[in-house]
Design a protein around this ligand. Structure first.
Ligand code: SF4
Length: 306
């Protein structure tokens, strides 16, 4: 099968830096306890590599609950960012803190802090239960409201005179997020807009949507836990109008997805190790294309088929 390698794909600068930092800390502490609070990046394979470097995982989505399981040593906060309330609780427990928050997420924290200090109420577009919104909302819990959908945006009401701003999680669909922002701007014409979808997410989504017309389907290599990988599947289906499949490894590829398929596009989430994508590409290239199957099949009136 012909494979179109969609670029850019795979590790973003935030993930590269977070993994580098965590490995360095794991090696330098030489056996003293080092714990990452939640998946450093949402990928099982990257997590196993870190464990091999001496970094233990506390796999709690609720960071405050996870912190209760860490009694000594070093705690690493993940690339998704962390609520200041959790940072303070870690200090009180006497833990050494290593913060691997991506600089793009830190900027969102700064935006929310600055807006709320100016007296604005912030509407934050994000996914409930994901650690990034939990961290950002912790910056000013009393002055932020989380919305996930246009319907939720429609149902928002604020006391007269409330000055509003809107910002968002870094890894959302660019198109869905813009639709919610547009609706909020219709409802609240004076709202201040700060679209914080990161460059890495935008570039990967745009490349996948642009590639979709030239392929029969798209395979996204990434973990189900990864928000940006799930969004790649979504944008290919909704804007590229092609089937898209999320796989963690080459073993997840299902032959039935590729019946009638000649060209498949491959991309990967910002937290997907490169070797996993390479293995998926190799496995796809080894599969016969629809054209090859038709050419290899004997014609129906071939005596050999009788
Ligand atoms: S996806 Fe964007 S915000 Fe998240 S770690 Fe990568 S660069 Fe940072």
């Amino acid at each position: 099968m012909e494979v179109v390698r969609i670029r850019p794909r795979g590790y973003c600068h935030g993930v590269v830096e977070a993994i580098r930092l965590a490995k360095k800390v794991g090696e330098e502490r030489q056996g003293r306890p080092v714990t990452m609070l939640g998946y450093l990046v949402h990928n099982e394979h990257a997590t196993r590599e870190l464990e091999a470097a001496g970094v233990r995982l506390v796999a709690e989505t609720d960071r405050m609950k996870g912190l209760e399981q860490i009694t000594e040593g070093t705690v690493i906060f993940t690339a998704h960012g962390i609520s200041p309330l959790v940072v303070e609780a870690a200090r009180q427990r006497g833990l050494e803190i290593v913060d691997a928050t991506c600089s793009d997420v830190t900027r969102t924290h700064d935006v929310v802090r600055e807006l709320t200090q100016r007296g604005l109420h912030v509407i934050y577009i994000g996914k409930r239960g994901h650690p990034e919104p939990a961290g950002v909302l912790g910056v000013a819990p009393e002055h932020t409201t989380l919305v996930e959908t246009i319907e939720e945006a429609d149902n928002l009401n604020f006391p007269a005179g409330t000055r509003l701003a809107v910002t968002c999680q870094t890894t959302l669909s660019m198109w869905d997020t813009q639709a919610i922002i547009d609706r909020l701007a219709e409802r609240f014409p004076d709202i201040e807009i700060h679209n914080e979808i990161c460059r890495a997410t935008q570039d990967r989504q745009e490349a996948a949507v642009l590639a979709a017309p030239d392929v029969d389907c798209v395979v996204v290599v990434g973990s189900r836990r990864s928000s940006n990988s799930q969004r790649l599947v979504q944008v290919v289906e909704e804007l590229g109008h092609k089937p898209a499949y999320l796989v963690d490894t080459a073993e997840d590829l299902k032959p039935e997805w590729f019946r009638g398929i000649n060209r498949v596009g491959v991309t990967s989430g910002a937290s997907t190790p490169t070797h996993l994508t390479r293995e998926v590409i190799t496995a796809l290239e080894a599969m016969p294309s629809e054209d090859a199957i038709l050419t290899a099949s004997p014609p129906l009136d071939d005596p050999a088929t009788k």
